[in-house]
Design a protein around this ligand. Sequence first.
Ligand code: GDP
Ligand code: MG
Length: 798
Amino acid sequence: MRLSELRTGQECVVVKVLGHGAFRKRVLEMGFVRGRIVKVLLWAPLKDPVKYEIMGYAISLRRAEAEMIEVVPIEQRSAEDVAHDASSVSDTSHESPTHSRGEIAEREGRTINVALVGNPNCGKTSLFNIASGARERVGNYSGVTVDVKEGTFRYKGYTFRMADLPGTYSLSAYSPEELYVRRYLRDKSPDVILNVLDASNLERNLYLTTELIDMDRSMVIALNMYDELRESGAKLDYQMLGEMIGVPMVPIVARSGEGIHKLFDTIIDVYEGRQDEVRHVHVNLGHDIEPAIRRLIDTIKADSGIDRHFSPRYLAIKFLEGDREVETILAKASDYASLMTVRDDLRADIEKLTREDISSTVAAEKYGFIAGALAETMVPGEVKKERSTSIIDTIVTNKLFGFPLFLMIMFFIFWATFFVGQYPMNWIESGVEWLSGFVGRIMPDGMLKDLISDGIIGGVGGVIVFLPNILILYFCISFMEDSGYMARAAFIMDKIMHRIGLHGKSFIPLIMGFGCNVPAIIATRSIESRSSRIITIAINPFMSCSARLPLYVLLTGTFFYQSAAWVFMGLYLGGIVAAVITARLLRRFIFSKDETPFVMELPPYRIPTLKASMRHTWAKGVQYLKKMGGIILFASIVVWALNYFPIHDVDLEQKTNETESIDLSRDSYLEIAGKFINPVMEPLGFSWRASVAALAGVPAKEIVVSTLGVLYTGDEEVSDQALGERLESVGPSGRPDFTPAIALSFMVFILLYCPCMATVTAIVRETRSWHWGAFSVVYNTLLAWLAAFAVYHIALFF
Ligand code: GDP
Ligand code: MG
């Protein structure tokens, strides 16, 4: 609770003072230190300042200032309590509660809120994971962390509450991430900002640091990737650098955990005010700008209406640069109009002098500050690392080879997914068959047996065999991300993406869609332009997610064994073509082109640790298994029941009536539904069972296969055949339900039609409009139908 929330007569104990350094120091000096009791003497809704009593003195504080003091209120004691106290009469009755209040404040004060701030890819999430024991995704490209992750852990009697913020290069209000981080720092006022730097790329990383320095908050720098700096042979006097910029620096290796104890010790010291390296330096902006800033600071300081979350210097610099958010903060000033005029005049003067816009001058000055600081403290190593990176890059991003190389890598991934995945898949398949046979033998005939062996084992078992394939696919995607190749892929794709009116930046969410469309759609948050973002979201479902993989494995394994990798590749490319067409249509008819320029950086290559890649892969595997136990199990049972109930008795009757021929007039609920939609699907070659499977796949696409598993458990004699063989065998209609042409058409339909429910929800949420959700459902289904129709009829020719 904040001091500003208390009313006249209430008492509280001080826990901590938030806000920027100079302000904090002044408030602490007034006596607002942890454990002190404060009483509100006079508070009125419209009154500012408010009067407080502390240590027997009356002090008045601005409301904006009281907002920055965290307190624990002391409960108003009821009359009975007071009476009780009076009757039990003890001299210390006043002492002891005070003591326990002090304890509360002490305990509360031992919670340190830490915010991780740093460039994309500097290792924030790795640090967050190793400190909090979490398993957030790390990746070697920007934009993985799209919102805040919080974790809590205890260390040396303190509770650390750590927030992993999105990566940013600066704190202007240019991109959503930057705005997000800044609002977070403002609204949450973390006790300590932990600025994570990539030590192998200090110059660029320190730019953000200069902005944080302007904010004048409590801060510690984690010099991450120190192993890379060491390896390059560079020498850095981080002690001295830390002293120069007034922020303690601790070298760490987030990946192995080296140095993090020292890091957290330093955070505690800074939090408790025991670090003497800490001081506020001014990042000098040169003689053209400094006088202007000083003038603005004076005006800002004099005004009491302006909130105290940010330091006057930071506000002044950003205001001078014309930052919109800071303008709204300053709009509360008593004379905003004249502040604006002063600002505009100052800026016009400076720009006339320097002949460039003020933001460029500020940036140039800051880079000058950094270069100066590094020149004194760092001896660069041989640029071996750089060179090997650039050699690889010339090949990988080469105009001629880059794209074929990318296709080859994708082809290899699909090949591995299918062929390497075959072996463990066969083991699991035999396991499932054995289990099914075992249940068949030990259980008495009846509904329960049918439920377990056909419904549950048939449905869930039909999908679980694809777990190895999915793990392999995920492993490959994780590897590409962690190594830095994904960023190159985005780079190569940039030109092509421009052709469809998008950026290279849209490419990573699209590739992520091969894993699962939901996180991929969320990852589009890093795209600055709204129209690009919406298009990227709308075409994402065409990226064939891993839930569709089981069906491909099943059908290509059965019908196209010889050319499986090509069929896979074709399906994935088919999805991409659908995406391209859709993107172009959207650009053409709904959004006009936008040309916002943006930086696409190439992080250095890193060899991902096997452990890290395995960990990501396994985390996905667990998610998949959970889905098995949840929605897929449920859907299998529902499908089984719909297929079983209304007809089974009839079926039995007929069997006892020694009707040998297979009953053609079965009338299960499922069949009713299947036959109902089948006229629409028949042109695609679908049997009613295929139509039902497609319908059942709307909640989640894995259910397509589990439904086939339930529908094709069929005859006793063939029940121990694998599902693929059962699909191939001649169905009750006298013709096989699936032929190669039907299999292709079915796969294309499942690839493109209505996204799963989770994806539709994500689309609605991320675009903040149900229109796009509805668009995806209708448009994708229509497109799927047309594409499947075309594929079926073309395939019939061969
Ligand atoms: P974030 O974007 O700041 O959250 O960065 P991540 O935590 O996702 O890390 C980006 C990449 O750097 C990953 O591939 C990590 O494995 C790698 N990485 C993180 N910390 C270190 C480190 O201390 N040393 C080295 N060599 N690599 C690291
Ligand atoms: Mg991250």
